[in-house]
Design a protein around this ligand. Structure first.
Ligand code: PLP
Length: 438
């Protein structure tokens, strides 16, 4: 029999925390993504396990929404950060470790001729769009339905719509009250995974489009792989119309392998953005790309700045994370893949045995669970034809059994997950599907 973790029964300390927090922090949370769902407050985390204030344990597949690729509090990473602390925090100047990190990025990221380091994915995306405008002398950019590139006005468009069983959301341009409408004027929104649409659009309006930004694997609406040839097709249509081709690798970077999605698919973007797994859980991001574009930062023609960019802790964390990821010829990735694929195959087997229409799409390192019969999910519209109510019920039923995927049903696997976590998780999935979802 598989040993299950302590089952959350008592959440009284988490409840008391949220009661107090709501009185002083809007919504009791510091990122709107965390609104709603189970009001948990966490005490600590180690490896693949999170512990809440009441002492309940959860096998964590949210991993801080992706970053903790080595698991929580991995000893080598924490030791490297601890050792750096007595050397200072930040210098408003350079230190040697910046160059060490830049060299690692250049070594592992196929398109990285030059790199700039920052703190978050959101701001690296803005730097990419800005330098693309400067390089091309054009203003517009293409982003795709259902993809997320951070919370700033120009990219926070056409993400959520009104999801619901079989109801395809209408294109929603503004996603939040207070969003500057003028800020979205240069944003061209197209459906993803359909090359014809992009070819036709650029044939018509290529002279207005400076950049095309895409998650190479759509990871913010399900986990949807690109159709064969799609990324290659985007590459050539961007070349044809002198459009800067940007991969947003904030999720895929250092998760799908050391070379990210560009390494996996063998398609080279002009620019790419990295965050999340790259810092192992510390705030760290990067923009990498072609020398002739990135050089515009060197001349000062294009501004990119930030007080905390390349602070010592973040840089040291990045170096330690990349060293761990590269160790033993990428052994961590083989472990992540093996465990992730065991989860995916295990879930598919349970679904079949219990005659439940649970589907899994994606990769060992990041995958998505959804409920649908005979539905090929290729883009944002098809994603919302799956049963969103059952998806939410599935996640809600797993949590009391000590299993925590992200609320939207995306699962991140770390190097710290092992066979005992996989077994626990599959028993919980079996229990939930046996009891039925309503
Ligand atoms: N781009 C992608 C693909 C993301 O998934 C995210 C965050 O989830 C971002 C950009 C924004 O990154 P950050 O939250 O670090 O600002």
């Amino acid at each position: 029999a598989v040993q299950m973790p302590a089952v959350p029964g008592n959440l009284s300390k988490s409840d008391a925390y949220h009661e107090a927090a709501r009185g002083i922090i809007p919504g009791g949370v510091n990122s709107n993504v965390r609104l709603g769902g189970w009001p948990l407050c966490f005490e600590s985390a180690r490896g693949p396990i999170l512990v809440d204030l009441d002492g309940n344990e959860y096998v964590d597949y949210a991993l801080g929404m992706g970053p903790a690729i080595l698991g929580h509090a991995p000893s080598d990473l924490i030791a490297a950060v601890q050792a750096s602390l007595s050397s200072g925090q930040l210098f408003a100047g350079q230190h040697r470790s910046e160059l060490d990190l830049a060299r690692l990025l250049q070594r592992y990221i196929p398109s990285a001729e030059l790199v700039r380091i920052g703190m978050t994915g959101s701001e690296m995306v803005q730097a990419a769009l800005r330098v693309a405008r400067a390089f091309t002398g054009k203003n517009g950019f293409i982003k795709f339905e259902g993809q997320y590139h951070g919370w700033f006005d120009n990219v926070l468009v056409n993400l959520t719509g009104t999801p619901g069983n079989g109801v395809v959301p209408l294109p929603v341009r503004l996603q939040t009250k207070g969003q500057a409408e003028a800020g979205t004027a240069d944003t061209h929104i197209l459906p993803w995974n359909d090359l014809d649409v992009v070819e036709r659009y650029l044939a018509d309006r290529g002279d207005q489009v400076a950049a095309l930004i895409t998650e190479p694997v759509m990871c913010n609406t399900g986990v949807i792989p690109p159709r064969p040839g799609y990324l290659e097709g985007l590459r050539s249509v961007c070349d044809k119309h002198k459009v800067v081709f940007i991969f947003d690798e904030v999720i895929t970077g250092f998760r799908l392998g050391l070379g990210g999605a560009q390494g996996k698919f063998g398609v080279t973007p002009d620019l790419s953005t990295f965050a999340k797994a790259f810092g192992g859980g510390f705030p760290l991001a990067a923009l990498a790309g072609r020398r002739e574009i990135m050089s515009l930062f060197a001349s000062g023609e294009v501004n990119h700045s930030g007080t905390y960019n390349s602070n010592l802790v973040s840089i040291v964390a990045g170096i330690a994370t990349l060293e761990q990821l590269a160790a033993n010829d990428g052994e961590v990735y083989r472990r992540i893949d093996g465990n992730g694929i065991a989860l995916i195959e295990g879930m598919r087997e349970i679904a079949q045995r219990r005659s439940v229409n649970l589907q899994v799409s994606g990769y060992g390192a990041v995958f998505h669970t959804y409920f649908a019969d005979d539905l090929e999910i290729v883009d944002y519209a098809s994603h919302w034809r799956a049963d969103a109510t059952r998806q939410a019920a599935f996640v809600d039923a797993l949590l009391p059994l000590g299993i925590r995927p992200t609320r939207r049903g995306t699962w991140f696997v770390s190097g710290a997950h092992g066979s005992s976590e996989i077994d626990r998780t599959l028993s919980a999935v079996d229990e939930v599907l046996r009891n039925g979802l309503n």
